[in-house]
Design a protein around this ligand. Structure first.
Ligand code: EPU
Length: 426
């Protein structure tokens, strides 16, 4: 399997352009099912999770035309059988968006339980609660969820926990339901606003996305549109942290600075220089970083998807940092790998205590999930000597051309497709 070989210890310098947001794009690709006509999506990141969602659409009968690597035309009219294949559903979390979109269009859906990063328990009870409120029945058999409705009728949906996926799926099922749906305690992440903007441009009537109350008045038809996905705030945040962690100087282009405020704020607190422009952000760091305490929270709080990268940066900060991540049960699985670099971290429950060390030393490590994988790449860039990051397919689920973009910033990182054979030969 492919690996990244990194010769670290060099500051990142230069400019990097951020791709479209993975977590908005996977939802919007699935949402094309709700359209009566073809849609043209732009700024779609070329990543594995998108390829899986496109394959699901294709297998169900949609017409797919790849215009260029970031532009895709999807014609959902050929879909007749709302059944998602098991192996594709298992390959990513975003397959859960086919619950809401298929139910919204066909009043039925058969979708195996989703896979995705192993971050602990990832239930779907809130998704099912929303579908039930709109009039759908469900059963789970052989690892697949079967949803059926005679019709969907607008209703009040109250989420017991803040859920991004649950909120998006409730919107999908409500957008063509009869009458008014009110979602309370809705998640507010940027991808929810992007999904609502996409659907509204098709003729949906969604108000309040980005706040905790979303109102949706059902419509009968949604038309085909051309739509560009927002830039990825987590990819941008990853390069911001990589710049600071390597004591570099990087201009990160094609971003929405407002989406990055919690990351910007924390980077400034630990001593990095961050300057915001209209569509770019400049991060520089020339001194030692300082300890901090950090707690992940739903948007607009500090995102759980940036916790592994930020914690990795703190391994060489001055003093003891405390990082708490309660969003998922188990988002510290990468810590064992980080210790191989010489990092001093202890984890108790959902809190990590990071004692800053003077330097990291290159190591051979294994990506345990997407963001953990990005964090290990950052550790490799920070560390002296050579680092090998294995299982990089996790990283490729969500980062477009990460090695190429890092090389553009002066990093010494190569993808080795033949690493195992060469090692055997030694
Ligand atoms: N939850 C429930 N019941 C549900 C749904 C969620 O209890 O029915 C709980 C979860 O167990 C978790 C919390 O609610 O404790 C938040 O989960 P949420 O539903 O918000 O997460 P998600 O929709 O499964 C999306 C992103 C994740 C990101 C989280 C939180 C996508 C495809 N995934 O997941 O992204 O961490 O929101 O912001 O949008 C990543 O990109 O690396 C990634 C893991």
């Amino acid at each position: 399997m492919d690996k990244f070989i990194i010769r670290g210890g060099k500051p990142l310098h230069g400019e990097v352009v951020i791709s479209g947001a993975k977590n908005a794009a996977v939802a919007i690709v699935a949402a094309t099912i709700l359209s009566d006509e073809p849609c043209l999506l732009e700024n779609v990141p070329e990543i594995r999770d998108i390829n899986i969602c496109i394959k699901i659409l294709y297998e169900m009968g949609a017409g797919i035309k790849i215009i260029d690597k970031n532009t895709i035309r999807i014609d959902p009219r050929g879909i007749s059988d709302p059944v998602v294949p098991y192996d594709l559903a298992r390959a990513c979390r975003a397959s859960s968006y086919f619950f809401g979109t298929l139910l919204g269009r066909f009043l039925k859906a058969d979708v195996p339980l989703p896979g995705g990063c192993d971050l602990g328990d990832r239930p779907i009870d809130q998704h099912l609660k929303a579908f039930a409120a709109l009039g759908a029945r469900h059963s789970i058999d052989g690892g697949a969820v079967s949803l059926r409705a005679d019709k969907l009728i607008g209703s009040q949906i109250y989420f017991d926990v803040l859920t991004v996926g649950g909120t998006v799926n409730a919107i999908f099922a409500a957008v063509k339901a009869e009458g008014l749906t009110v979602i309370e305690n809705a998640a507010k992440e940027p991808q929810i606003v992007d999904v609502a903007n996409f659907l509204n441009s098709m003729g949906a009537d969604i108000m309040g996305a980005g706040t905790d109350v979303i109102k949706i008045r059902g419509v009968k038809h949604l038309k085909g549109v051309e739509y560009a996905i927002i830039p990825d705030p987590i990819e941008a945040g990853t390069y911001m942290v990589a710049a600071a962690a390597t004591k570099g100087d990087v201009l990160i282009k094609n971003v929405i600075p407002k989406h990055l405020e919690s990351i910007t704020d924390k980077l400034r607190k630990v001593g990095a220089f961050v300057e915001e422009f209209d569509e770019s952000i400049h991060v520089r760091c020339d001194g030692k970083l300082m300890k901090t305490s950090l707690k992940t929270l739903p948007h607009p709080g500090f995102p759980t998807d940036m916790q592994p990268q930020f914690s990795t940066m703190l391994t060489t900060a001055d003093g003891t940092s405390v990082v708490t991540d309660n969003i998922f049960d188990n988002r510290f699985r990468y810590v064992n790998e980080l210790r191989r670099f010489g990092a001093d971290i202890t984890v108790e429950g959902t809190t990590a205590v990071i004692q800053g060390v003077s330097e990291l030393n290159g190591a051979t490590v294994r990506a345990t999930d997407l963001r953990a994988g990005a964090a290990l790449v950052i550790a490799g860039l920070m560390a002296g000597g050579t680092t090998v990051v294995e299982d990089i397919y996790h990283i490729e689920r969500g980062y477009e051309n990460i090695d190429e973009k890092l090389r553009g910033l002066g990093a010494d990182i190569v993808r080795d497709t033949d690493y195992d054979n060469k090692r055997m030969a030694v």
